[in-house]
Design a protein around this ligand. Structure first.
Ligand SMILES: Nc1ncnc2c1ncn2[C@@H]1O[C@H](COP(=O)(O)OP(=O)(O)OP(=O)(O)O)[C@@H](O)[C@H]1O
Ligand SMILES: [Mg+2]
Length: 255
């Protein structure tokens, strides 16, 4: 059985059904692409899986445990972690501090404990782990730089770093290469592949950049108007008549 199983998942906002009766299963260690035209429901899908929204119907099961209905904190603690479509970090803190803060939030310390009560040993371990992540990202030279001073590509990388700080088992990336130039895109693509290959993390990838999607994904799920339109290997999706039609008239021509 897959590590992530989504069954009959729907989410409505008033009269608008953003996702409708989605069924999908993702294998452990897979990189799964989730694509579809603007407004198809991709981000909503992430928000439901990560617990930001409660589903209107259906269930999400992670590693054999039903997670739909749990709080976002609890879901993150179980290892299901998302990044955001835009940059999300603390601009006035350094790279190292950002990752450290993310780790503390993950550890869910009481604010009291965070200020007064943390043991030296915990502190040392946290710092060690943060340094490891910086090394993995190839950002050692930027360790003490303010996050707001990083170039755009590295700010997006920091979004991934903050997610990695919480030691995910399933990482959900929402448009990780949006707005990136070619070399930034290639660097991010390589990083995502290494997160899977070297860390063994399962990846769900929402992305409009078709070259990135086709390069990275083992399998692709296509959503259109909130419903599953197609699922298959990259070359199957690229040649799928329904998919090509759904994309006609949008800027995202299937590569
Ligand atoms: N909180 C909300 N309240 C009301 N409607 C919402 C909410 N969030 C999303 N929607 C609607 O749900 C639909 C799906 O939106 P969603 O953001 O999931 O699309 P998307 O596939 O991520 O699009 P994009 O590719 O542009 O990021 C849209 O019609 C959107 O307006
Ligand atoms: Mg979106």
């Amino acid at each position: 059985m897959g590590i992530l199983k989504v069954e009959g998942l729907s989410k409505s906002f008033g009269g608008l059904t953003a996702i409708r009766k989605l069924n999908l299963e993702v294998e452990e260690g897979e990189i799964r692409g989730v694509i579809g035209p603007n407004g198809a429901g991709k981000t909503t899908f992430f928000n439901v899986v990560s617990g930001i929204y409660r589903p209107s119907a259906g269930t999400v099961t992670f590693d054999g445990q039903v997670i739909s209905g749990l709080s976002p904190d609890k879901i993150a603690e179980l290892g299901v972690v998302r990044t955001f479509q835009r940059v999300a970090l603390f601009p006035d803190f350094t790279v190292l501090e950002n990752i450290n803060i993310a780790r503390h939030l993950h550890a869910r310390e009481s604010i009291f404990g965070a200020i007064f009560g943390r043991s030296k040993e915990d502190e040392r371990r946290n710092l060690e782990k943060s340094e490891e992540i910086i090394e993995f990202l190839g950002m050692k030279l930027h360790r003490d730089e303010l996050a707001s001073n990083l170039p755009y590509g590295l700010q997006r990388t920091m979004g991934v770093a903050i997610a990695l700080a919480t030691e995910p088992r399933l990482l959900m990336l929402d448009e990780p290469v949006a707005g990136m130039n070619n070399s930034e895109t290639l660097a991010m693509t390589g990083l995502i592949r290494r997160i899977r290959d070297e860390m063994g993390v399962t990846v769900l990838l929402v992305e409009h950049d078709m070259r990135t999607v086709m390069n990275l994904c083992d399998k692709i799920t296509v959503i259109d108007f909130g419903e599953m339109l197609a699922e298959g290997l990259p070359h199957e999706i690229r040649e799928n008549k329904d998919v090509i039609e759904a994309y006609l008239g949008t800027e995202d021509i299937v590569a």
